[in-house]
Design a protein around this ligand. Structure first.
Ligand SMILES: NC(=O)c1ccc[n+]([C@@H]2O[C@H](COP(=O)([O-])OP(=O)(O)OC[C@H]3O[C@@H](n4cnc5c(N)ncnc54)[C@H](OP(=O)(O)O)[C@@H]3O)[C@@H](O)[C@H]2O)c1
Length: 226
């Protein structure tokens, strides 16, 4: 599947799953507009240290990818800044929204998980709704927004697309990451429907990014191409 001449955006590009996705998209010929929280801060740190810093490592692997020099463009964007993604998604054929905090232990669930997941997803979708170029948005969902509803999970239980995690159950059980993904997904479906956005959620149980991008290579690209 050739992506030559097509431009896509990947949010949270320095993340684990997104990094594999960027690699796959570059290999397929796409031009990738990749968002990270602060690319400039990273390069200035590189200048100040003679050894790789943790921040340097966050984008170094992306810049070293085959095709990156020609077709990877890094942009600064933050989920909590309104309009942060506007200029990045402008001109893109498609958007892969992966940025979302993935942490299980937090002091302040609202600030650390729910706000960035929920407001961030709405911000990205809001940016997409403003530009006619975006034909499809692919969002990384999770079993976190599917399986946590209090129903018993047993070998004979089929978990399918009719399943959604229950926000009340998640909150009562203090499953904050699950709650953040569930609220973000609920709000995203509503917004996409109201604004005519072609959106799909990709659900994967496994955190194996390589498998997500390569084992399911055709599946990943089909999600985007439809
Ligand atoms: N890991 C899993 O088991 C799993 C399974 C299924 C689905 N997912 C979903 O897949 C996606 C990626 O997960 P991952 O495992 O690759 O996680 P990850 O490596 O932690 O990546 C998450 C990305 O989100 C970014 N991010 C977090 N808060 C942000 C903010 N306020 N503004 C901008 N960017 C922000 C992070 O940026 P920084 O690098 O700057 O922190 C990072 O690039 C998430 O939506 C997750 O829910 C994960």
């Amino acid at each position: 599947m050739s992506g030559q001449g097509k431009v896509v955006c990947v949010t949270g590009a320095s993340g684990y799953i997104a990094s594999w996705l960027v690699k796959l998209l570059l290999q397929c010929g796409y031009t990738v507009k990749a968002t990270v929280r602060d690319p400039r801060q990273i390069s200035s740190q590189l200048q100040n240290f003679s050894f790789p810093t943790p921040l340097a490592i966050k984008t170094e692997h992306l810049l070293a990818l085959e095709g990156a020099k020609e077709r990877l463009h890094l942009f600064k964007a933050n989920l909590l800044e309104e309009g942060s993604f506007d200029s990045v998604v402008d001109g893109c054929d498609g958007v892969f929204h992966t940025a979302s905090p993935v942490v299980m232990i937090v002091d302040d669930p609202q600030a650390q998980l729910i706000d960035p997941a929920l407001e961030g997803t709405m911000s990205v979708l809001g940016s997409c709704a403003k530009v006619p170029s975006v034909k499809r948005v692919v969002v990384t969902s999770s079993m976190a927004s599917v399986a946590f509803n209090g129903k018993p999970l047993a070998p004979d239980v089929l978990v399918d697309e009719s399943w959604f995690s229950d926000p009340v159950f998640c909150e009562k059980s203090k499953l904050w990451y699950m709650l953040s993904k569930t609220l973000a997904e609920e709000a995203a479906w509503k917004f996409a429907k109201e604004n005519g956005i072609d959106m799909v959620f990709a659900v994967d149980w496994s955190p194996d990014g390589e498998k997500v991008a390569y084992g399911g290579r055709d599946r990943v690209l089909n999600l985007w191409m439809g």
